[in-house]
Design a protein around this ligand. Structure first.
Ligand code: HEC
Length: 100
């Protein structure tokens, strides 16, 4: 059976709506990959810095600097390069909303 155009349109609309909702579910999905090092929702209890509840502008500034290579890093320059600037802003917004 061929998928109907209406069905496809409905799926696209759902995707667009999901991207707009708060909390940002797409950013949350990306953030799952950060949890391995930064802890659940960025609440690290290890030597790796906790990023939950930090100021959004500060988080974004660091992520952009890692991406550009202007902030020294062991691993974060690699991670930051995997995202567009707009995606890094959504990640920064996501972690700034998490309780510390
Ligand atoms: C492999 C482990 C690892 C992963 C995965 C990881 N990080 Fe990091 N992160 C680090 C380490 C280690 C540092 C300290 C800087 C460095 O050495 O790279 C850091 C530093 C940071 C900082 C700066 C924190 C501060 O207070 O200075 C931010 C922001 C950050 N990471 C965000 C993220 C985001 C967002 C993700 C997911 C897209 C992520 N990290 C994934 C290990 C990781």
């Amino acid at each position: 059976m061929k998928p109907s155009l209406i069905g496809i349109a409905a799926l696209l609309l759902c995707g667009a709506a999901a991207a707009q909702t708060s909390p940002d579910l797409q950013a949350r999905a990306w953030a799952a990959s950060c949890a391995a090092c930064h802890g659940t929702d960025g609440r690290s209890r290890s030597a790796i810095p906790a990023i939950a509840g930090q100021d959004k502008a500060v988080l974004l500034q660091k992520l952009l600097a890692y991406k550009q290579g202007t902030l020294p890093a062991t691993v974060m320059h690699q991670h930051a390069k995997g995202y567009t600037d707009a995606e890094l802003e959504r990640l920064a917004a996501h972690f700034s909303r998490q309780a510390q």
